[in-house]
Design a protein around this ligand. Structure first.
Ligand SMILES: [Zn+2]
Length: 297
């Protein structure tokens, strides 16, 4: 199962306080598919979301809500108020305007009601990517004014988001990991939020250790290449009978290198019988290379 399914399952099953019920319905209505006299319905890929929407409407307004299953490989669930009488009954009792592209804030009695509103919005039009793929939450919103207003609303609760065009509508998206965690906490998804944090920590740890391994490999390559060049030079000097005429300290370093082709300078300095620093060793090997270049000429 994906994180998106997990978080929707958790959010759909959260208990809703009485003060929050209207705000939650408002979130569903404003960001869902239809909420008017012709049609009141929510379409979702998440079965629990459809069920919780249906239960909420029927318990608050005492109406019938049908749930249908559609789609093939990726099933969708449609929760719909099919009776016109019931739709009018709902619309007569809601005191929020739906299509004006702004958020009607009077219905938020407390902070918890704002969280419930965002929860309804996420359940209606939100998507969370798995953290091993990308850090991303998207809300698909029909009109630009509402997208802007919603983005502003999120920012008032310390959740930074951006807006982009998407098909016929707009997308309010959140890309920063910590902002996604803020959003989940704000909506009350504590279980999934912890799992998400855990998964993203593992991801960043894996990235770091991959970088470290790549770095080690690069170092090993450098060591091997340098050693190869030095040994080629030393072999050349031996072949041309020039090694014997070198000062003793260079001769012993040349021997050390030939005996230990695989070692880095630091390791070479460690195995040297006479005490020598890495930079001293480096300096001597460089002198050997210079002499080699001279002899080759
Ligand atoms: Zn509340």
């Amino acid at each position: 199962m994906s994180f998106c399914t997990d978080i929707k399952n958790e959010l759909a099953e959260l208990k809703t306080r009485d003060c929050c019920k209207t705000a939650l319905i408002y979130g569903f209505a404003l960001f869902g598919r239809s909420f008017n006299s012709k049609r009141i319905c929510l379409q979702t890929e998440n079965e629990k979301t459809a069920k919780s929407y249906a239960l909420l409407l029927s318990s608050v307004y005492d109406v019938d809500v049908d749930i249908r299953r559609g789609g093939g490989k990726h099933p969708t669930f449609i929760a719909e108020v099919t009776s016109e009488f019931d739709r009018l009954k709902i619309l007569a009792s809601v005191d929020f305007g739906i299509y004006d592209g702004s958020i009607y804030r009077e219905i938020f009695y407390r902070e918890c009601c704002k969280s419930s509103f965002v929860r309804g919005a996420f359940l209606a039009c939100g998507h969370l990517s798995d953290p091993d793929k990308s850090y991303r939450v998207d809300f698909y919103i029909k009109n630009e004014d509402l997208a802007k207003e919603f983005s502003l609303f999120l920012s008032e609760h310390l959740i930074d988001s951006h807006i982009s065009k998407c098909g016929n509508g707009f997308r309010v998206y959140i890309k920063k990991n910590e902002m996604i965690v803020n959003l989940m906490a704000f909506m009350g998804a504590s279980t999934v939020s912890l799992q998400y944090i855990e998964a993203s920590v593992i991801k960043s740890f894996n990235n770091k250790s991959n970088r470290a391994i790549n770095c080690d490999n690069a170092n090993i390559n450098r060591t091997v290449k340098a050693s190869l060049k030095q040994r080629k030079a030393i072999e050349y000097l031996i072949k041309n009978e020039r090694l014997e005429s070198l000062p003793q300290e260079l001769k012993s370093v040349a021997e050390l290198r030939m005996e230990n082709p695989e070692l880095s300078l630091k390791q070479l300095a460690n195995v040297s019988k006479e005490p020598i620093t890495v930079s001293g060793l480096n300096h001597r090997l460089k002198r050997i290379m210079d002499i080699y270049e001279e002899v080759k000429k």
